[in-house]
Structure formats: structure tokens, C-alpha cells
Design a protein around this ligand. Structure first.
Ligand code: CDP
Length: 255
């Protein structure tokens, strides 16, 4: 089906029922998660979600600076989403802008409900997300990376958070829109949730009917559940590896 894009060019979103990158409507892009990639962070994670490449670093709980931000009964959570100037086609002006403030705020709010902040009064948990390459869905890739990095840092959490978007292109609801679908599509709806289905982020750009919204939610929820399994496996893999390294050291010490 053909659509007229905003820049006037014709875009065919589907070819023989498949999307521009060969996916079916209900498939998300290849997802790669690597845990513990930064030596100086308390927890870290690298995520590739299709063409997105993001890195998350977690520091804390640690002392709050400036001090007037500290809370007597809980830790505060800070989240900084930053897009590298080389991460997009047209060079992005370095530094914060309206978009990165919004994304930092909604991403923090997506993660905060699962963190046991009351365990660490007067402290801060800092989460930094750096987007190295962007291809739509960077906020969801960042939240997925941040959630794993928080677990890697040993921050007590009620559960993991997984995030994924659904969108509408050429009147079809699709999972995990890539850049062309996001930029020239009819709607984009990122969500984040716990494995038990508590939604902690829900945003929408564009228009969906009630039925389309329900279908988009179904797809995005299924996407988050599958992403959760990959997050879990990546953490287990890292700690299994650490376990075997420890066993080798212990064996060497006995000998
Ligand atoms: O990345 P996400 O979908 O969470 O946020 P968005 O604001 O909907 O941005 C969609 C995509 O537009 C980004 O992932 C980038 O690929 C692209 N973009 C860009 O090329 N230049 C910018 N200054 C901002 C976004």
C-alpha cells in the first residue's frame, strides 16, 4: 500500500505483507542486550534494538548533590536521556533540549514505581542513558537498558520494566516502528510495563480509533513480555558467567 509522506515522496510501507525491513506486523526488531559493560558504573547495560544503539549507566545509591534535593524518607531517582550529536542523520545540537527533558522525565517515571526508594533515604540513584545511534524507539530502548542496568547495580526492585512501542502505518497496527514508520506513519504509542502487566508509561502521537488502540496495546504488551524474557536471560547469563569465574578462582585457591 502506498502513502504520501510528509516530504511529498511516496513510501510503500508493505511489500507482499511484510514491512520495509522484512518484519511481520507483530514482530519487534532484533534485540541484543549486554550486561555490565562499564567498569566504573555500579550497573550498566548496552542495548541494540534494530538500528538503535544505547548504553545505560547506573550510579548509586550515593550522596545527593546539590544537598537541597535530598529527601528525608527516600532516595531520589534522576534519569538523564541524552542523544549523541552523531546518533541521527542530521547532526543533533549537543546538550539538553525540550525533547530530552521530556524523555528523561517520562523514562524516570516509568522506572521509579518499581524501585524500593524507601530503603535509601537521603540518597540518589542516577541513571544515564546515552543514545549512540537512533532509529525510532530510543526512549523504549533506553528504558530497557536502564532497567537491566539498575538490576546489575543491585538496586532492590519490585520487578523489571520492559518497554516497547506499537504504531500505525498504512492503516495497519505494527509493533516496534522503525524510523520510516515512526516519521511517516499515522501513530506511535510507546509503553513500559512490569512483567505482571502494570503499565508505567503510556504515550501516544497521532490518532488511533478505540479498536486500533486496543490492538496496539495487545501488540505492545506482548512485545514487552517477550523483551522481559530477553532482559532476564541476559542478567542470568552474566551472573552464571561470574559464578563460573568465581568457581575457577576458588578452585585455584584450594590447590
Ligand atoms: O526515539 P523515540 O521514538 O523514542 O522518540 P521520537 O521523538 O519519536 O523520535 C523518533 C526518531 O526520530 C528518533 O529515534 C530518531 O531516529 C529521530 N530523530 C532525529 O532524527 N533527530 C532528532 N533530533 C530527534 C529524533
Amino acid at each position: 500500500m502506498k502513502m504520501i509522506a510528509m516530504d511529498g515522496s511516496n513510501i510503500s510501507f508493505f511489500k507482499e505483507g511484510l514491512r520495509l525491513d522484512g518484519r511481520r506486523a507483530d514482530e519487534f526488531r532484533p534485540l541484543k542486550i549486554e550486561v555490565g559493560v562499564l567498569a566504573r558504573a555500579d550497573g550498566s547495560c548496552y542495548v541494540e534494538m534494530g538500528g538503535n544503539k544505547v548504553i545505560a549507566a547506573v550510579y548509586g545509591p550515593r550522596e545527593v548533590h546539590p544537598r537541597h534535593l535530598q529527601e528525608a524518607t527516600r532516595a531520589i531517582v534522576r534519569y538523564r536521556y541524552n542523544m549523541a550529536s552523531f546518533s541521527v542523520e542530521e547532526r543533533k545540537r549537543p546538550g539538553p533540549d525540550r525533547r530530552s527533558y521530556e524523555l528523561s522525565k517520562v523514562s524516570r517515571e516509568a522506572l521509579e514505581p518499581v524501585i524500593f526508594t524507601s530503603y535509601y533515604p537521603r540518597s540518589v540513584i542516577d541513571v544515564f542513558v546515552e543514545v549512540l545511534q537512533a532509529d525510532a524507539g530510543t526512549r523504549t530502548a533506553g528504558i530497557n537498558a536502564a532497567s537491566v542496568a539498575l538490576a546489575d547495580a543491585g538496586i532492590p526492585m519490585k520487578s523489571m520494566i520492559s518497554a516497547c512501542a506499537a504504531g500505525k502505518v498504512a492503516d495497519t497496527i505494527v509493533l516496534d516502528p522503525m524510523k520510516e514508520e515512526d516519521n511517516f506513519g499515522q501513530a506511535d504509542m510507546p509503553i513500559a510495563m512490569t512483567p505482571t502487566g502494570q503499565i508505567t508509561l503510556l504515550q501516544m502521537d497521532g490518532h488511533l480509533t478505540k479498536d486500533e488502540f486496543q490492538r496496539a496495546m495487545e501488540l505492545a504488551i506482548k512485545g514487552c513480555r517477550d523483551i522481559y524474557e530477553i532482559q532476564r536471560k541476559s542478567l542470568i547469563e552474566k551472573y552464571n558467567q561470574l559464578g563460573s569465574e568465581l568457581a575457577v578462582v576458588q578452585e585455584a585457591e584450594v590447590l
